[in-house]
Design a protein. Structure first.
Length: 392
């Protein structure tokens, strides 16, 4: 039986101001295998789409909002039997609008219901169906939800880190046995019927629904210029743990977890992300570079790595400024008692302690006040150039 539950996706947005937003979601279930994997194997999916006629893709459409937006997220369910929800994973919403079936509400066939929330702190979040969630998430009912500051500039959060480009990667897996017609295309009643699923042994390991040579896609592979700041939005919706390995010269900085800034910036060439977690990472290379970011997929039962995917990184040239721009920025006096001056105005100033904790930020200035700092040594980042300073 053909089962449809559509998503009409509409969200108007203007930079620099919070708005009333309406997102109208339909979704859809394949009645035969349509999604083609990297080795030309077709598989059936259940997932969110922007149109009725288009094939389901994974992840579903990314929902974008600005901090403070008042959002009505409408779900129209045309599943011909199966109930569904949208769980707003990680967002600070009340219980009624959280999408956990028995604590919130389910949307039945041929019904429409709405989730209401105010877009929270800027960050990277995700959404997924929470009805028979083990199967529905594996089947493809998931996507990213991104909240940006309403400043209208490329900034992680108000007063946070400036960046030049961004990539959003969502990892998952596919077990073909879970995508057979007898399992994925059958009625489910979570209150009365026990759903028996095969043991989980994934055949495909995905980044944004792609793997192997497909990771050369321009929306996945990293392409930037030297000194450009890259923001990675990372989310794991699979059932395996992931470990990212970043090339040393990308100078990876882990800045936030699960939609909140970390109290201390972590400088690390590797990052573990467990199912349901989200992180934001900044990358910046001062030199040209051709390398890969490796992603390991670890079976959490056996603690063994069962697959590794590689994402290409190409850093070339220099980022839209003369090479000697950074050399022209000098700091004086250093050491200082109260105020540091710069010979050239810096668009972004970041002051850290030696543990990597961000203490101060300032934009478009040629000085920074350090009167309130304790005596000692600190690090200051001026438009990508890091120097050591001393407070007398």
């Amino acid at each position: 039986m053909k089962k449809l539950f559509y998503i009409l996706f509409f969200a108007a947005s203007l930079n620099g101001m919070a708005q009333d937003q309406t997102t109208f979601i339909f979704s859809k279930m394949d009645i035969e295998a349509q999604h083609v994997l990297w080795d030309n194997t077709p598989t059936m999916l259940m997932g969110f789409t922007t149109t009725m006629s288009g094939s389901i893709d994974i992840p579903g459409p990314t929902l974008n909002y600005f901090e403070g937006d008042s959002v009505e997220l409408k779900l129209r369910n045309m599943s011909q039997g199966a109930s569904h929800t949208i769980h707003l994973h990680g967002l600070d919403v009340n219980q009624q609008n959280d999408g956990v079936p028995h604590l919130s509400f389910e949307v039945g066939h041929n019904e429409t219901n709405s989730y209401f929330f105010e877009a929270p702190h800027p960050g990277t979040y995700l959404y997924h169906c929470h009805v028979t969630s083990a199967l529905h998430v594996q089947a493809g009912m998931y996507g990213l939800l991104i909240v940006k500051p309403n400043t209208g500039i490329n900034e992680t959060w108000d007063g946070g880190f400036l960046y030049d480009s961004e990539y959003a990667w969502m990892t998952s897996e596919i077990d073909l046995a879970w995508h057979e017609d007898s399992i994925i295309n059958r009625p489910h009643d979570t209150t009365t019927v026990e759903v028996l699923l095969p043991d989980y042994n994934p055949d495909y390991f995905l980044v944004n629904g792609r793997s192997e040579q497909e990771l050369n896609n321009e929306n996945i592979a990293v392409s930037a210029a030297a000194n450009e700041v890259i923001l990675l939005r990372l989310a794991n919706i699979g059932y395996y743990g992931n470990t990212y390995y970043f090339p040393m010269h990308l100078n990876a900085r882990i800045i936030s977890s699960d939609g909140r800034p970390l109290p201390f910036i972590e400088f690390s060439d590797s990052l573990n992300i467990m199912p349901g977690e989200r992180y934001q990472v900044l990358l910046q290379s001062t030199n040209e570079l051709e390398a890969v970011i490796r992603v390991n997929y670890m079976n959490l039962n056996t603690q063994t790595v069962e697959n590794t995917q590689e994402i290409a990184v190409l850093i070339s040239g220099y980022f839209s400024v003369p090479e000697n721009k950074y050399e022209a920025i000098n700091i004086y006096p250093n050491p200082s008692l109260d105020r540091l001056h710069f010979t050239t105005e810096a668009s972004k100033i970041e002051l850290y302690d030696l543990n990597g904790r961000l203490l101060k930020t300032k934009v478009n200035s040629n000085f920074i006040d350090i009167t309130d700092l304790e005596k000692g040594s600190y690090l200051i980042n001026l438009d990508g150039q890091t120097k050591k300073i001393i407070k007398k």
